[in-house]
Design a protein around this ligand. Sequence first.
Ligand code: MG
Length: 253
Amino acid sequence: MRKLIIALLSIGVSSQLVAQANDRGEIYQPVPAKVTGVGHGIAPSDAIVLFDGSDLDAWQIADSEEAAAWDIEDGVVTVKKGAGTIKTRQRFGDIQLHVEWRPTDNVQGDGQGRGNSGIFLHSLYEVQILDSWNNPTYINGQAGSIYKQHIPLVNVSKPPGEWQSYDIIFKAPVYAVTGVLESPAYVTLMQNGVLVLNHAEILGATFTLEPEYTIRCEPYSQSREQDCSGKMPISLQDHGQIVSYRNIWVREL
Ligand code: MG
């Protein structure tokens, strides 16, 4: 009898479930969980909603841990210049993240000075948000880039004032208990439904020109004890420019 062990899933601490194929190579257990409710503007049923248009209760100011104070109007939250980068209260490891964003149509600056914000995965790795519609800048800093690490495959940006979407698959880095990196982070990014980053390997924090992985688990809070659980907050950047957000949800993988 040919037995094929397809996968070993650890559930909790003590119990384990082995997916086994029968003699015909068919697997019946465990059945994938049902997820419903997927649609435009609707989070999947198993998602954690981080912003549904009503409040920023899921967020706090990144460097002070006070309540996030960006402006909410008509179900949309907009970066409040000088109010600071915000981060989720909850920490996340491997995730699927959906974010809708819109640079202002009141165009004033250019290059990096036009519709600049960003999503910092693990509060360290920036998926750049920029108005990249007819707005040349260094290409590893345009919309769809991992800031100064990865250039987007295409520019699928819409004109300023129009809503755009990011769907991000993030694989968190893995560290040994000694702090040595075992596996880097990876990012796959769909912008407006189009693949712009395909399993891009993250080199380290995007704050620096010489990225490296370090156990720097709380970049915005020097006083807190380091948490190297592999889970970190998601941050949205206050770059001093007007960018709005809506429909933010995350699924833990
Ligand atoms: Mg930015």
